[in-house]
Design a protein around this ligand. Structure first.
Ligand code: PEP
Ligand code: MN
Length: 349
C-alpha cells in the first residue's frame, strides 16, 4: 500500500483484541478521511493512523473496543520505526532469510569483470554456505576515468551464476534509467552510499517489488539513513535492509570509520534488518575479519563482503577483497560470532 501523508498516531490494540475490533478502528479512521497502516505483532496489533492531525484528534479512539493506548508519533520517521512495527522485519529472497534470528552473508566480487571471475567466486561463496551473491554491474567510481562496470552484460553473468549456485543476486542500481534492467535480473537492489539521499531513486525502488539494500552515506547521520529508508517504505516497499559501511571522520589510518555502534542504535529505532560492510569501510583485507567478527557479535543481521579469486588482478577494490580460498574459513569464524548474538547463518527455508 502506498501511504500518503505521514502517520501521526499509534493505536495499540490490547493483546485480546479481535479482528473485528481492529476493523472497527480502521473503518472509523476511514470515515474521518484517514488511512490505517495495520501491523499485526507478536504481542499486539498496532495501527498507524495517517491523516490530518485535527481530524484524528476529534476521534474518541481511546474509547473504542479493543484499544489499549493511543500515542502520538513524534519521530520524523514513521513507517521504519519500531513503534509502528515492534517485531523485527525478516527479508526473504528465494528461500534465504535475513533478519531476526537469521544471519545473512552476502559475498562476491566488487564488480563483475568477466564470466569466469564471477562464476568462480560464486561457486566458492556458495560452497562455503553464503546466503546471497553480490556483484556490481553499474559501479559508482570516484574518478570518471576508471572502470564503471559492464552494465547489462554483467547482469547476464550474475544470472548465470545464480542459475548455477542458487544464490540470489544483489547488485547496485545507480540510475533510474536502469531500473527495468536491474529489476528484471536482480533479486535485491542495492542503493549505494553515494546515492543514499538520491530521493528520486529511493522513491523509484519504493515502487519495486524487490527488496532494497540501502547503504549509509559516508556523511549521513543515523536519522538521515532512517529517513532515506522511509522514502522507500512510503511508496509501499517494506523490504529494506540497512547497511553500515563506514563514515568519514578525521581518522586517516583506514578508509572510513566503521560505526558499529550504529547496529544496536539502529535496532532500537527500527524493525528493519541491519547489516555491515567491512570491506568498503576498511579498504584493507587484514581488517575485514576482525571487523566482521565485531559486527556479528554486536548483533548485526548480516555482512556484505567482497571476495575475488585473484585480488591482485582485480579491476577495483583489490586490496580489500578476500581471496576465494580463504573464504570458507572466514565464513566459519563469522558464523561463530553471529551465534554469540543468538543468530544462525540461515539455511534455505
Ligand atoms: C559497493 O558495495 O559496491 C560499493 C560501491 O559500496 P558503497 O556504496 O558502500 O561505497
Ligand atoms: Mn567495491
Amino acid at each position: 500500500m502506498a501511504v500518503t501523508g505521514s502517520p501521526e498516531l499509534l493505536i495499540v490494540m490490547n493483546a485480546h483484541a479481535t479482528p473485528e475490533e481492529v476493523e472497527h478502528v480502521v473503518d472509523r479512521l476511514a470515515e474521518a478521511g484517514a488511512d490505517a497502516h495495520v501491523t499485526p505483532g507478536r504481542e499486539a496489533t498496532v495501527i498507524g493512523a495517517i491523516g490530518e492531525r485535527d481530524a484524528l484528534a476529534a476521534l474518541p479512539l481511546e474509547g473504542y473496543p479493543g484499544v489499549e493506548q493511543v500515542l502520538p508519533i513524534l519521530k520524523p520517521y514513521k513507517l521504519v520505526s519500531r513503534e509502528l512495527s515492534p517485531d523485527p522485519t525478516v527479508i526473504e529472497v528465494r528461500g534465504r532469510r535475513i533478519g531476526d534470528d537469521a544471519f545473512g552473508l552476502v559475498a562476491g566480487p566488487c564488480t563483475v569483470e568477466y564470466r569466469e571471475q564471477t562464476l568462480e567466486t560464486a561457486r566458492a561463496v556458495a560452497q562455503a554456505g553464503s546466503t546471497m551473491l553480490r556483484g556490481g554491474a553499474f559501479k559508482p567510481r570516484t574518478s570518471p576515468y576508471t572502470f564503471s562496470g559492464l552494465g547489462e552484460e554483467a547482469l547476464t553473468i550474475l544470472v548465470e551464476a545464480r542459475e548455477e549456485t542458487g544464490l540470489p543476486i544483489v547488485t547496485e542500481l545507480m540510475d533510474p534509467r536502469h531500473v527495468e534492467a536491474v529489476l528484471e535480473h536482480a533479486d535485491v537492489i542495492q542503493i549505494g552510499a553515494r546515492n543514499m539521499q538520491n530521493f528520486t531513486l529511493l522513491s523509484e525502488v519504493g515502487r519495486a517489488d524487490k527488496p532494497v539494500l540501502l547503504k549509509r552515506g559516508p556523511a549521513a547521520s543515523i536519522e538521515e539513513l532512517l529517513m532515506a529508508a522511509e522514502y522507500v517504505l512510503k511508496e509501499g516497499n517494506e523490504n529494506v535492509i540497512l547497511c553500515e559501511r563506514g563514515i568519514r571522520t578525521f581518522e586517516t589510518a583506514y578508509r572510513f570509520t566503521l560505526d558499529l555502534m550504529a547496529i544496536p542504535v539502529l535496532k532500537q529505532h527500527t524493525h528493519l534488518p541491519v547489516i555491515v560492510d567491512p570491506s568498503h569501510a576498511a579498504g584493507r583485507r587484514d581488517l575485514v575479519l576482525p571487523m566482521s567478527l565485531a559486527a556479528a557479535a554486536a548483533g548485526a543481521d548480516g555482512i556484505i563482503v567482497e571476495v575475488h579469486p585473484e585480488p591482485e588482478k582485480a579491476i577495483c577494490d583489490g586490496p580489500q577483497q578476500l581471496r576465494t580460498e580463504e573464504f570458507a574459513d572466514y565464513l566459519r569464524q563469522v558464523e561463530a560470532a553471529a551465534r554469540l548474538a543468538g543468530k544462525q547463518l540461515a539455511e534455505t527455508v
